[in-house]
Structures are given as C-alpha cells and as structure tokens.
Design a protein around this ligand. Sequence first.
Ligand SMILES: Nc1ncnc2c1ncn2[C@@H]1O[C@H](COP(=O)(O)OP(=O)(O)OP(=O)(O)O)[C@@H](O)[C@H]1O
Ligand SMILES: [Mg+2]
Length: 312
Amino acid sequence: MAPIVSIKNLTKTYENGFQALKGVDLDIEEGEILALLGPNGAGKTTLISIICGLVNPTGGKVLVADHDVVKDFRKTREMIGLVPQELTTDMFETVWNTVGFSRGVHGKKPNPALIEGILKDLSLWSKKDNMLRELSGGMKRRVLIAKALAHEPKILFLDEPTAGVDVNLRREMWQVVEKLRANGVTIILTTHYIEEAEEIADRVGVINGGKLLLLEEKTALMQKLGRKQLRLELSEPLKALPENLALYNLTLSDEGTALIHEYQGEEGQGSIASLLAALAAEDIHFRDLSTRQSSLEDIFVALVGEKAGEKA
Ligand SMILES: Nc1ncnc2c1ncn2[C@@H]1O[C@H](COP(=O)(O)OP(=O)(O)OP(=O)(O)O)[C@@H](O)[C@H]1O
Ligand SMILES: [Mg+2]
C-alpha cells in the first residue's frame, strides 16, 4: 500500500538563511501512530508545518495521499487535522463556537452530534459555553485538539499535544488518540515526553539538527538498541573482581554483594551463558538475579548525545 504521507529529500532554509531541514526522507503508513522525538530546535514543527502547507519547502517533495502539498494545497489540507504547538485562538469565543467554526472553515456541514462527542471525549462538555479565556491552560490545549478533530481528518498532527497537561489528562488524551487510530486515523505526534512515545507510538523517529537520525518500529528499536543489565546478588560478598572474569563487562556493587553485567539487547544469550559458566568455575554463587532493560529515554539520550558529540 502506498504511504499516506511521502516525504522526499525535504529541505527548508528560512529567510534569514537558517537551514532547519537538511534532506528528510520519510514515509508514513496509513493508520499508524508515529512519534517524532527531538530536542528544541530540531526541526519538528518546521517539518509538520510543511506537510500541513503552512510553510513552503525550499527543496524536495511532500505528497499526502498522492497529492502535492504545495500544488494541491486545498485537497491535502482537507485531509489533515493540526493541533499546533502554540495557542492562537480567539480568546473571546466560546468553546462550542470555536470548535464548530473550525468544521465550517474546512467546508463541512454542521454536525452538532459529532462536536458533542468530541467535546465529551476530551472532557470539555461542561465548558462548552465558556469563553476560551476562562479555561485553564490544559483545557485550552484540549480545545485545540477538538478543533483539529472537528472536520474529521484522515491524518492528525499533534505538535506536543500534552505539554503542560497533567498526568490524568495526558492518559485521557492517549485514550482519545487510541480511539482515533481504531477509527483508521493516521497520527503523527511530536513530543518531549519519551514515555508518551513509548506508550502509544507504533514507530519512533528521532530528529536532530534538521535530519532524521533514526526511524524504527518502537519495539524493534527498544530490543535492538536497548542496553540490558543483569544483576546477580551474590551468596558471599567479593572483595574484588576475579581476573578470569575481566573479559566480561562486569562491575562489582559497592558492598561487593552484587555483580552487574551490561550487554546489548541482541548479544545477550551467548554472553550470559558463558558468564554463568565462568562464575561457576570460579566457585562464585548467587542467591538471586534480576534483569533490567533500558527505556526509550536512555536510547534517545544516547543517540542525541552521541550525534551532538560528533559535531563538537
Ligand atoms: N520563521 C523562522 N525563521 C527562521 N528560523 C526559524 C523559523 N522558524 C523556526 N526557525 C528555526 O528552525 C529551527 C527548527 O525550529 P522548529 O520550530 O522546527 O523546531 P522544533 O523541533 O519544533 O523545536 P521545539 O521542540 O522547541 O518545538 C530552529 O533553530 C528555529 O530557530
Ligand atoms: Mg516545535
């Protein structure tokens, strides 16, 4: 199946000469949830703005359902819902009108039942007659999501949807996203909360310095790049690491009561088997063991830190 969004060699240099995107290639599959991670200034909002037709690319091409986002702006924009990073809504309008108006802007007939459903899903129903300026920050953010959903988009871009949103609400939003995906909506979100990507994304992309550094299935990524740790609680404390164990990546805990072995996700099995055999040969016994896998956050920090280091 052709990707719903196809991005080829996309570049963007702003008027002041700043190169925000340096050749991005990315295919987004219909129905997936893609999380884009990257530090401040990485180019995430620029990328989204180009796909949504709000910023013109300098070079390259973006197709949405086979339509060019520059030449066929109207057609592509109709399919897209955007929840922008910044709040830019009329603060004196009511929630109900703002969201309904947003549907009209996209040329759709009014559908009060749909708007009611959206507001209820986002826990905004009790505020429907309030002006936006009377809402809390997190509620305003939810209004932006409601606005983006009002015209029933096929593709939804969420630019940091849960920044400044409390933990409960974040979970509620994740449920809304899941529900949309179940209805076949393709979702692209940017986030600084790595647990958000870990929780809801099918694929994860990492952007830094205007380049897509990595794009991978979340589970495969975590298995492949994730470091694992095996911790062995020793029956008898050790004073030092025996020399014969030097070739294993081992550290001794402070009190000498535990051995910690670090390994990459995939190399694990062989190395652990031979480590355990070597321990037995040294007459070192353990009474308990545990393993721990590094999170996406560790992976992200390692990756962005590494690339940043390369530049220096
Ligand atoms: N209109 C503009 N003119 C000049 N430079 C810009 C403009 N908009 C963005 N930039 C620059 O482009 C780079 C990428 O910005 P962008 O907003 O895409 O980053 P981001 O990944 O969304 O960051 P954040 O996580 O902070 O939202 C930044 O260095 C920014 O200063
Ligand atoms: Mg941004």
